[in-house]
Design a protein around this ligand. Sequence first.
Ligand code: URA
Length: 217
Amino acid sequence: MSTDRAAAAAELRLLADQAAVCTACVLCQSRTQAVFSRGSSDAAVMVVGEAPGYHEDQQGLPFVGAAGKLLDSLLEEIGLDCDQDVYIANTLKCRPPGNRDPLPAETEACKGFLRRQLVLVDPRVVVTVGNFATKLLLKTETGISRLRGQAYPWWHRWLVPTFHPSAALRGGDRVLDAMRQDLGLVAELLRRAEMSALEPDPAPASEMESVQLGLFG
Ligand code: URA
């Protein structure tokens, strides 16, 4: 691992420690523990979900329930190893009671963590799963059904929105097929990135600061 990547991994560990004792919003009162991430800090793909649910709150890792198992198997279908090629995080690090939607104050209090995760992991492709993460990162009110099916240029990388895997558990084959199509796009973008690996980096280091300040507001 290069020095830069080792430094990024070290800062991510520090941030996870900070999230573990964070009291910036009311969710700290009801959480069992904060849920920061799983996967590799050196990943080409970063998945962003909404917020931890019951199992995640219990185990301290994102997407470990039935929806997470489905997500992992869909990522494996496109040849990704979820430990090495993917970094998974949520917009909120603590579980909203009863899995209610995150409140604006909670998103606001927590988004510094996600912003820094995105900058430090520096993935080629960001995959937002579900309405909440997609609307937050793309700064839009348009719903996931209309947004999915294409890749969006986003802060010098690609963002691919898709359905939340829990919607696929409820919605059956139609939703699952759509997710497979979207992840097919991810695979295609990774193939293209690999082919142009010798091209100059499109995100000069001097721009990283504005990227960091501007990410989803
Ligand atoms: N749903 C999410 O959005 N994130 C998780 O970590 C689990 C379920």
